[in-house]
Write a protein that binds this ligand. Structure first.
Ligand code: G3P
Ligand code: MG
Length: 242
């Protein structure tokens, strides 16, 4: 049996500023075997790891990510909004995360943030980055934009894809086959143990998000989901190892 993947949501985001190198390093320290992150694109086409389309919440900058160059974004502080001790953290690039995890065996869940802004060639650039690190087998690309995931699959059939969704889709494993996806990145309320079984029988796995309550984690572990996306990879690590 394959071991359940402990995905740190935006890194160890309960104790570090989300989507920073500090959060990713802490996730590895905490025993995460996977890291979930969000990718947006700069004005000059660089892939950057930041959840929102705009800079305000998680940096000291203003405006949209898409309207700034990589160089400009590197001047911003992405840590002090969370805690003064993280002042100096920068918005990382996707390459920086792939470099950090390349020799660690970590599974990287790259969430394409192209539901609101349709970044031109986002899929091509993400796939090229993953291939340049030789990490095709270790990546799951997810998105709420399922058209984008079908595009990824046609460009890179060797890279897994995961459908993000919030609600109780009817027989999502059948829909997953239509969308050529490998995994269901379901909101935690849209998962029942019998669905996990049926999905598995159809060759589709569940990676629910965002699961922070230990009792909910235990239920999903018992249901045999293939992975859990959590802000608390340390807590999940303990549950998986007791
Ligand atoms: O990938 C799971 C989760 O991150 C999706 O929602 O808004 O946290 O990126 P969000
Ligand atoms: Mg995300």
């Amino acid at each position: 049996m394959t071991e359940m993947i402990n995905f740190a949501h935006r890194g160890a985001s309960a104790v570090c500023p989300e989507n920073t190198m500090a959060a990713f390093r802490k996730a590895l320290e905490f025993g995460a075997t996977g890291i979930e992150t969000d990718v947006q694109m700069t004005k000059d086409g660089k892939l950057v790891l930041i959840h929102d389309e705009i800079l305000k919440r998680t940096t000291d900058g203003q405006g949209f990510v898409k309207d700034h160059t990589w160089e400009e974004l590197q001047q911003l502080d992405a840590g002090s909004w969370f805690h003064e001790q993280f002042r100096g953290e920068r918005i990382p690039s996707l390459e920086q995360l792939l470099h950090l995890t390349k020799d660690q065996g970590t599974i990287i869940n790259i969430e394409l943030k192209n539901g609101i802004i349709q970044y031109a060639e986002l899929e091509e650039r993400v796939i090229a980055a993953v291939r340049s690190f030789g990490m095709e087998e270790r990546v799951v690309i997810s998105s709420f934009n399922h058209y984008s995931l079908v595009k990824c699959k046609s460009l890179a059939p060797e890279i897994r894809t995961g459908l993000l969704y919030m609600e109780g889709l009817y027989r999502p494993w059948e829909y997953a086959k239509t969308a050529l996806a490998d995994a269901l990145h379901a909101n935690k309320y849209a998962v029942l143990p019998e669905w996990v079984e049926e999905a598995k029988a159809n060759g589709i796995v569940y990676h629910p998000f965002t699961v922070n309550d230990p009792e909910e984690m235990k239920k999903l572990i018992a249901a045999n989901v293939a992975g859990i996306i959590t802000d608390h990879p340390d807590l999940l690590h303990r549950l998986l190892n007791t």
